[in-house]
Design a protein around this ligand. Structure first.
Ligand SMILES: [Cu+2]
Length: 216
């Protein structure tokens, strides 16, 4: 490993890698993602490790590699809801490693012990289906008895072939019926005049779903 790189090129490469890593499904018991062509496995044990897309440890994943990963990513739709002028879709996969910008650098989050799902919230305009970036989504997962089993703000991220979503790795204790309670803030992005008055309110939505015990 070489010291942290701060060039724009490295940042762009890290972004590209973040997509490839976030799009890769399977992880083994100690939390490493099987991602050929990346350095993801080399950092196992460092919980909060800055992303290093150095040229010394191998080339970026080829297009063929990326397509192979996309085709092995198992995603399942749990439900959808309409929140005013927005639509939210809740998908789930196995817990996965993802990389997010925090404090001016990229930080990699690996699945923690006990986490058994990666939740993905696709936020879009209810009419056009355009995916909406730069929003905030807070998710609470509540069981049938009303107990909160997971709660927190969701990270914006991109995965191969799935596009922009908001998500995190979570623990869903056992098979059964749950409700995803969402608070969705407005996308803080520039708008043309024809959408200036859309998506301006903070809205709530609920997506009831059945958890089978794993993501597949
Ligand atoms: Cu994700």
């Amino acid at each position: 490993m070489t010291p942290t790189r701060t060039t724009a090129l490295a940042a762009a490469a890290a972004l590209a890698l973040a997509g490839a890593v976030a799009g890769c499904g399977g992880s083994d018991d100690d939390g490493r993602v099987q991602a050929s062509g990346t350095t993801a496995g080399a950092h196992a044990g460092h919980d909060m490790e800055g992303m290093d897309m150095g040229g010394t440890t191998g080339a970026p994943p080829s297009q063929a590699d990326q397509q192979a990963h996309a085709s092995t990513m198992q995603m399942r739709r749990l439900g959808t809801a309409t929140a005013g002028d927005r639509k939210v879709e809740l998908d789930v996969s196995d817990p996965t490693t993802f990389t997010v910008p925090e404090g001016g650098r990229f930080v990699t989050h690996r699945p923690r012990k006990g986490e058994n799902a990666h939740v993905m919230l696709m936020l879009s305009d209810a009419e056009t289906g355009d995916r909406l970036p730069d929003a905030t989504i807070t998710l609470r997962i509540v069981d049938a008895a009303g107990k909160v089993v997971s709660s927190g703000p969701q990270y914006p991220m991109i995965g191969m072939g799935m596009g922009l979503h908001y998500g995190d790795n979570v623990t869903i204790p056992k098979a059964g019926k749950y409700t995803a309670q969402l608070v969705v803030g407005p996308p803080m992005i520039g708008r043309h005049g024809d959408v200036a008055k859309r998506w301006t309110a903070t809205t709530r939505a609920e997506i009831p779903f059945t958890w089978e015990g794993d993501a597949r």
